[in-house]
Design a protein around this ligand. Structure first.
Ligand SMILES: NC(=O)c1ccc[n+]([C@@H]2O[C@H](COP(=O)([O-])OP(=O)(O)OC[C@H]3O[C@@H](n4cnc5c(N)ncnc54)[C@H](OP(=O)(O)O)[C@@H]3O)[C@@H](O)[C@H]2O)c1
Length: 235
């Protein structure tokens, strides 16, 4: 990747949950397609390594951010604006899963899951709306197949149903601003999301292509939802 500064007109994509998995794969593909990037997550070391791989801060800015922290999300957006003077798209992607069964995970883990998957995504929307209004930009949210169908005992599925609702609520709320809203609903993807490597799963790049497909449409086209399963996944 070139380390020459980009054209200042190159569009800017902010990704939460950019340190690994789907977020990191989307950052790599977006960079190849000419986007400048703001990479956000809690793991500063992984973000810095990825930003370096993508050409350094002229092209990819690493911003440590816990999405459950409103002040941190506001600082993240301010860092993006200070570095790149605008924001063309935001990908609210940070999230994690858990064990199925209402007697399995601890109440504290449920609390963290709601704060990250639901509250965190809502805060990213809230923090980026002013900049996306200025750019008539694009908001992308990672829900899941689990946000479309209920899985037995899955509290994660409950949080992802909330994200699915959030995407549609935001789309209607932002009507008239020019901001487009896309919900990405992956099936099983081989990422650190799983403790044990899944078989017959998608790769992060498969979801990255879906994100970039939505982002690359003309301004009058809003791809509202993309549901992507591995061919081998039944439910
Ligand atoms: N893998 C799948 O099969 C699958 C399927 C459907 C949907 N999804 C969704 O896809 C999204 C990305 O997951 P993934 O599969 O790519 O898993 P992953 O590799 O574990 O990525 C999760 C990302 O979220 C970040 N994150 C977690 N908690 C955070 C917090 N409080 N603040 C900021 N960042 C946080 C992690 O970074 P740090 O730990 O560095 O903060 C990491 O970058 C999630 O929303 C997940 O629910 C995954």
């Amino acid at each position: 990747m070139s380390s020459e500064p980009d054209d200042v007109t190159a569009p800017v994509l902010l990704i939460t949950g950019a340190s690994t998995g789907i977020g990191a794969a989307t950052a790599r593909l977006a960079r190849q397609q000419g986007w400048r990037l703001v990479l956000a997550a809690r793991s500063a070391d992984k973000l810095e390594a990825l930003a370096e791989e993508l050409g350094g801060p002229e092209h990819a800015l690493a911003v440590e951010c816990d999405v459950t922290d409103w002040d941190a999300q506001q600082r993240m957006v301010q860092r993006a604006l200070d570095a790149f003077e605008g924001l063309d798209a935001a990908f609210a992607n940070a999230g994690f899963g858990g064990a199925r069964g209402f007697l399995k995970d601890t109440p504290e883990r449920w609390r963290e899951m709601v704060l990250t998957n639901v509250y965190g995504a809502a805060l990213t929307i809230r923090a980026t709306i002013p900049a996306l209004t200025s750019s008539q930009g694009h908001l992308v949210l990672t829900s899941s197949v689990a946000g479309r169908r209920v899985l037995p005992g899955s509290f994660y599925s409950v949080t992802k149903h909330a994200v699915t609702a959030m995407g549609e609520a935001a789309r209607q709320d932002l009507h008239g601003t020019g901001i487009r809203v896309t919900l990405i609903e992956p099936g099983m993807v081989d990422t650190p999301f799983f403790e044990n490597k899944p078989t017959d799963a998608l790769e992060g790049e498969d979801i990255a292509r879906a994100v970039l497909f939505a982002l690359s449409q003309p301004a009058h086209v809003d791809v509202n939802e993309i549901l992507v399963r591995p061919t081998a996944q039944q439910g």
